[in-house]
Design a protein around this ligand. Structure first.
Ligand SMILES: [Zn+2]
Length: 876
């Protein structure tokens, strides 16, 4: 941790139809003068009465299913709350939404939503008309709790907040209900809340750790708030659908941070902010944050800091800012899950920094910190935010309109992004368009050829204009990021971005996209719903079906072929057939009815083209091993391993998650391929979870010991394939004595590249890089580059270019990395090893480079076949 006076907070890292309540309303006669009728005292039990303890009671945590029952009770007993199940989560818990407002607003909710939608897409609306709508409408305040499940206090705060809104008759609450609509997602990750809270109770009175030791989202753990542009997970999809439906003017995202620094962070954020965020939203963020800090100060709640640690850069963490809203991140210091945190320096020594500064005027004066305080700080901040939005309700709606109006009327360059129809990966193109459309970006398609900036585009090319309601999302996702060179002090170390620096979607996915600065003429129609390209299978051929290696969708095909037991050969060299050139790695498939069935299914999902030839190509190749068995050694609470598990499941890869018990036997009996994702260091594999601290259900993630570790070496030497990525490469290199050495200095003043896209040159004749273009960026997240030791016989699959290494994001010290190797393949004994210095799998965003993993996975266990044998193999 770098020392800096400015860093006072401590982040926690790695570490539909609405039911209008009728029954209750009918029992009461709203008083003529009061907009918000009072609720009779005692009509709803308090959280303490309902759960048997007060929210934040030492060591106690309300369970999610009980909270839902409590919220449903409130929706029945009062006329201020409606409860709605929006869908199911990954592990089949209910994903729910509460809509809280005055009975009058709830009765006209459809009209209020209609106003929001009109203001969100204000084409043809005058300022005067918008003002009228802003006065008629009500701003929606979205409160979003418990996305990070170990940050338990934010979830425990929700019953209190909802109970106050549902029953309190104070002027403040009545104003909130009358002038605003509050949407509450009580948990953005109910699965994790269940896992963490159940583990907490199950381990009570045992020698086991009380904290849940694995990913608290089945696949992506703490990265569940890094999914806001790829939309991979069900919970993200549900949240985005509700954002799109209701169009809130603000999202308040409740989190917790580390225990030892400031007590709470509220905005303003640190620089930089993504310049695609409208300045009005940046100011709104600053103002709401300061309202919260002000309210906390007024209640004597000490230790609040702003302008610290958290920045406003990556869309992975904030869908809402590209949809007209400020994202208000609040972070409250954590306790020991539900137990009081005591200053390790003594219970009377105040926790955290003690030097008052303008962004931290009241240092915290106590030596202890409780769950109850988290609940109370959260309550104060939420009410300050809601009150502020309610008080200036028509301004909020009008400002929401102004942000949207400015995007719709945008008159500066670039004019549009053009996505040429003739892409080498039609599946990637479809997935990219789908992402844009999920975010409500309007996409047009040309019905005739056109030209822009001197380049000809075929009919069918897509055009994404930036003058549109959610143009900011399109722009940030499709453009190259230029991250500012920010230092702790002049000439000092870099100030790290809170998350990553570069996220250019076309580069991540392998899609060619052009920027059109100036307006151009083209005949366009708007695309209603993007779909994979239509593929006509060729007439049944005599010789073989051919599928090129360019699309990552081809690996959906391979997985299906493996399942169906269809013999699959890959051409080792380029060849000519059917009047065109096929690249090395082309899939050569038997012309059977079974193959045709698989092709029909996969091409429908992916749009990848299929060719037929009446004579099998005369080319040497490799036959893939039928039913290739993949072991994913993902590791407990190792986020890259979780992401990879998700992707393998999506692609139908024949894999299983490895357990420590696998290492007791012969690994070659179980697996053809073992994958070590980033994070699987030697230490994690050897030591794993401590059996004395973690119950037997986590035995799969116990350490394998030095003996197990050496079995990985036996596995490779006896013919196994080992793929080692990112931070796992160091251990693999040591174990197998690989002839490579790292080249990048540790000193961040010398070399630094946090989550950026770096250019790369590929040897496309190497099987690992089959289907890649000769140059394409890879993701680099504070990773390593390598050089071969003298005399090494390993093959460099890809390396950084000799100049212009940075493609998008931030890079310091290019001289250290230029020309150095990244992906390297090795022959070790009878086995095959591929090391990936950079995270070419990062969060599965990097679909364009996942081919490097899939290729190697199937190549290792494959068998060479000669041109003569090839025809026979296709016969089955
Ligand atoms: Zn968090």
């Amino acid at each position: 941790m770098r020392a800096s006076l400015r860093r006072l907070a401590v982040p926690l890292v790695a570490s539909l139809a609405l039911v209008v309540p009728g029954s209750a309303a009918a029992l009461r006669t709203p008083s003529a003068e009061a907009e918000v009728p009072s609720v009779a005292a005692g009509s709803v039990p308090t959280p303490e009465q309902y759960f048997g303890f007060e929210m934040g009671a030492e060591g106690e945590l309300a369970r999610y299913p009980d909270m839902l029952k409590y919220f449903q009770l409130m929706s029945r007993r009062t006329n201020r709350v409606t409860y709605e199940k929006l869908g199911e989560t990954t592990m089949h818990n209910d994903y729910s939404l509460l809509t809280i407002s005055s009975p009058r607003n709830l009765q006209r909710i459809d009209r209020l939503v209609e106003i929001n939608r009109r203001l969100a897409n204000p084409r043809g609306l005058s300022n005067a008309e918008a003002k009228k709508l802003a006065e008629e409408g009500r701003p929606f305040y979205l409160l979003f709790a418990s996305i990070h499940s170990t940050e338990v206090g934010t979830g425990q705060a929700v019953p209190n907040i909802v109970h106050r809104l549902a029953t309190e008759n104070s002027a403040d609450v009545k104003e909130i209900l009358d002038k605003a609509v509050v949407l509450v997602v009580p948990s953005q990750n109910p699965d994790g809340q269940e896992l963490v809270v159940n583990h907490w109770y199950d381990t009570k009175g045992t020698p086991y750790n009380r904290s849940y030791p694995d990913l608290y989202h089945k696949y992506i753990g703490h990265d569940d708030n890094r999914d806001w542009f790829m939309f991979t997970q069900k919970e993200t999809q549900l949240a985005v659908a509700l954002q799109n439906k209701y169009k809130p003017v603000i999202t308040h995202d409740m989190h917790q941070m580390g225990s030892s620094g400031a007590r709470m962070f509220v905005p303003p954020y640190l620089d930089p902010f993504d310049p695609n965020i409208h300045p009005l939203l940046v100011q709104a963020t600053n103002t709401v944050g300061n309202e919260m800090a002000h309210a906390l100060a007024a209640e004597g709640k000490e230790g609040v800091v702003w302008n610290d640690v958290y920045d406003y850069w990556t869309p992975a963490r904030m869908y809402m800012v590209y949809h007209g809203q400020p994202r208000i991140l609040t972070e409250i210091a954590s306790v020991n899950l539900a137990d009081t945190y005591v200053n390790p320096r003594g219970p009377d020594v105040p926790i955290g920094p003690q030097q008052p500064t303008v962004n931290f005027p009241a240092p915290y004066s106590k030596g202890t910190w409780t769950l109850k305080q988290i609940v109370d700080y959260g309550d104060t901040a939420a009410f300050a935010g809601m009150k502020y939005v309610a008080r200036f309700h028509s301004e909020w709606l009008y400002n929401f309109y102004q942000v949207q109006r400015d995007w719709v009327n945008r008159d500066k360059g670039p004019y549009a992004f053009v996505i040429p129809a003739d892409q080498r990966d039609p599946y990637a193109t479809y997935e990219l368009l789908k992402i844009l459309q999920t975010a409500e970006v309007e996409i047009h398609q040309a019905t005739a050829p056109f030209s822009s900036n001197g380049k000809e585009y075929p009919a069918g090319s897509w055009v994404v204009k930036l003058a549109q309601p959610f143009g900011s999302f399109a722009k940030t996702m499709l453009e190259k990021q230029v991250y500012p060179d920010m230092r702790e002090y002049e000439g000092g170390p870099p100030m790290p971005p809170y998350d990553i620096a570069g996220h250019t979607l076309p580069m991540l996915m392998g899609v060619s996209v052009d920027t059109a600065q100036a307006e151009f003429g083209a005949t366009l129609t708007q695309v209603e719903k993007v779909a994979p390209g239509k593929v006509e299978l060729p007439p049944t051929p005599q010789g073989a079906y051919l599928v090129g290696p360019e699309s990552y969708g081809a690996f959906r095909l391979v997985a299906e072929l493996q399942k169906a037991g269809v013999p699959t050969v890959r051409a080792a060299e380029e060849f000519e057939a059917a009047g065109r050139t096929f690249a090395p790695g082309t899939f050569v498939l038997p012309p059977s009815a079974q193959t045709r069935g698989v092709l029909a299914k996969v091409t429908k999902e992916t749009g990848i083209p299929v060719y037929g030839v009446d004579t099998a190509p005369a080319v040497d190749g490799f036959q893939l091993k039928g039913g290739t068995r993949v072991g994913l050694h993902r590791g407990a609470n190792n986020i890259p391993g979780g992401w990879m598990m998700w992707l393998f499941e999506q692609y139908g890869i024949n894999h299983s998650v490895m357990s420590a018990q696998d290492f007791e036997g012969d690994l070659n009996d179980r697996y053809d391929v073992i994958v070590l994702p980033p994070g699987m260091t030697k230490n994690r594999i050897v030591n794993g979870l401590d059996p004395t601290k973690n119950p037997p259900e986590f035995a799969w993630a116990y350490g394998v010991g030095e003996e197990g570790w050496r079995k990985l070496q036996d596995f490779v030497e006896d013919g196994g394939t080992l793929l080692s990525l990112g931070s796992s490469v160091a251990g693999t290199t040591e174990l197998l004595d690989l002839p490579i050495e790292p080249v990048l200095p540790d000193d961040e003043k010398e070399f630094y590249s946090p989550g950026s896209l770096l250019n790369q040159e590929f040897d496309t004749t190497n099987p690992v890089a089959w289907g890649m273009t000769e140059e394409w960026p890879v993701f680099f997240e504070s990773d390593q580059a390598y050089r071969l030791k003298p005399g090494a016989e390993s093959s460099v699959v890809s390396r950084y270019p000799g100049s212009d290494v940075l493609a998008s994001g931030w890079l310091l010290g290019e001289d250290y990395i230029k020309g150095q190797a990244n992906v390297i393949s090795h022959q070790v004994g009878d086995g095959y090893v591929v090391t990936y210095g950079s995270q070419v799998d990062f969060r599965t965003w990097t679909r364009g480079t996942f081919k490097l993993i899939f290729n190697a996975m199937y190549q290792g266990p494959s068998t060479p076949v000669s041109a003569q044998q090839l025809g026979q193999r296709l016969g089955g």
